[in-house]
Design a protein around this ligand. Structure first.
Ligand code: 4AD
Ligand code: MG
Length: 443
């Protein structure tokens, strides 16, 4: 047993230093004394030898605790440690080809920092029960990978916007008006007035382009949608961009470059994790920004091949997107929906909206909604009135058309929708730290 001077955590009570060793780095420390802090992931015992697999945020590693090679208290502590107990281990890193990460740690001391009696997750715990204890299930290696990849996705998106000269802005979440129609608003009492949780930052981003021209934001958006589908959340992370002097053609170009950049980056940086989800990293790494474009009318014809009862003029629901997206290998745009099924702010040409939705293949459905915006004051006022909305509340928005109106466009991308498609997650809620759905606001 070595002489232990290593003690990076809790040396002085009340001052917790960041730990010195992360499991992912142990392969570079063969032969060295290390100190590991983590949680018991698995455990088995063969007489005088106990194997504890410990996990931290960076990976897992097996610790071997041999009776006689460690103080008796350490052996007893290892024997008693339950799954998910937090532990501190001192040991020597040994090369071991068969082990995950190629190393094992021969323990010289083990102590339980805090026990975890009867951890409530069993192999047969069902999906709803797992969500009831989401605060515990997010410790799983699967959730860990998803959360890391979500961060990777967000980082790649920010890189893209930054590289294209966008300014990041921070719009409000408490809103006085509906951005996406009154049907899906969460309202709340705001000192005697009614306010809403933001469905979209778009209207405020539109104001910001008159100052910064090309802007984006990442905010939570809220939709009081009762739809219990595998792709609807009541709260999601919304990337939105708005560009001055930009038409719909250019808008689509930005979207396809954004999605391609994110996919390329994840294919490159998360190849191993993608494989864990049975996804081919090369598909993402080699993706090119040349997405197909079809008109709404062509989409209707394609859908009618399998669903003859689908009518022109209807919106694409889950079933329609499912049959439509089977025709494609990569994301693709559906352009020019009928104005009657699109939002009031979209620019109108004839009976169509100058818009496109970006659809993911394989039945995963819409990942981006975008359009050129109506820049004409009179048309915009007529449409807000037609929605039955109070024009007075939109005065500030209408001012944007009164003072130096410009052609402009923008879009919104659901972070969880995109991640769900990339990882082919069965349900969008797996893409959230704490999913919010009509049936769930706990934990
Ligand atoms: O198509 P949506 O409703 O468009 C807007 O909100 C625009 N104002 C955005 C803009 O142009 N700035 O939403 C945009 C995207 C969808 O394509 C989808 O990816 C995601 O947001 N989204 C949802 N994700 C999860 N759960 C929901 N209930 C979602 N609703 C929309
Ligand atoms: Mg949409």
């Amino acid at each position: 047993m070595g002489v232990w001077t290593l003690h990076t955590y809790g040396v002085t009570r009340g001052s917790i230093a960041l730990k010195a060793y992360y499991i992912k780095d142990l392969a570079e420390k063969i032969g060295q004394d290390v100190e590991i802090y983590g949680w018991v992931y698995r455990k088995r015992r063969h007489g005088k030898l106990i194997f504890v697999v410990v996990r931290d945020s960076s990976g897992i590693v097996q610790i071997s605790i041999r009776k006689g090679s460690v103080p008796e208290e350490s052996f007893e502590a290892a024997k008693a440690a339950d799954i998910e107990s937090s532990i501190r281990v001192l040991g020597v890193v040994k090369e071991d080809e068969r082990a995950t990460g190629g190393v094992e740690v021969a323990c010289t001391m083990l102590e339980v920092v805090a026990p975890s009696p009867d951890f409530p997750i069993q192999e047969d715990t069902g999906p709803e029960a797992l969500l009831d204890i989401r605060h515990l299930t997010l410790r799983s290696t699967e959730s860990q990978k998803i959360m890391k990849m979500k961060m990777g996705l967000v980082k790649a998106a920010r890189e893209f916007f930054d590289g294209e000269g966008f300014y990041e802005v921070f719009p409000p979440i408490l809103m006085g008006v509906a951005g996406e129609g009154g049907g899906t608003l969460f309202s709340l009492d705001y000192f005697g007035q009614t306010a809403y949780l933001s469905q979209t930052a778009q209207l405020h981003l539109e104001a910001a382009i008159f100052s910064l021209e090309n802007v984006y934001s990442l905010t939570p958006s809220f939709r009081a949608e009762k739809s219990r589908t595998r792709r609807h959340l009541t709260e999601f992370s919304h990337f939105e961009a708005e560009m001055a002097w930009c038409d719909q053609k250019e808008n689509e170009g930005i979207q396809e470059r954004l999605v391609t950049h994110i996919c390329n980056a994840l294919g490159e940086r998360y190849a191993g994790d993608l494989e864990c989800f049975d996804q081919d990293p090369a598909y993402f790494r080699d993706m090119e920004p040349t997405f197909e474009r079809i008109l709404y009318d062509e989409a209707v014809s394609l859908i009618q091949e399998t669903r003859p009862d689908f009518c022109f003029g209807a919106d694409l629901g889950f079933e329609e997107e499912k049959v439509l997206t089977e025709h494609f290998e990569y994301p693709f745009f559906v352009q020019r929906f009928p104005m009657s099924i699109k939002a009031f702010y979209m620019k109108q040409e004839g009976d169509r909206a100058v818009c496109a939705d970006l659809e993911a293949p394989g039945g995963y459905g819409e990942i981006i909604g975008g359009s050129q915006r109506e820049d004409d004051l009179e048309s915009l006022m007529a449409r807000i009135a037609a929605e039955g909305e109070d024009l007075e509340k939109y005065e500030w928005y209408l001012d944007l058309r009164r003072y130096g109106s410009v052609p402009h466009s923008g879009f919104g991308m659901g972070t969880e929708r995109l991640l769900r498609w990339i990882l082919k997650l069965d349900h969008i809620r797996s893409a959230c730290l704490f999913p919010r759905t009509p049936a769930r606001v706990y934990p």
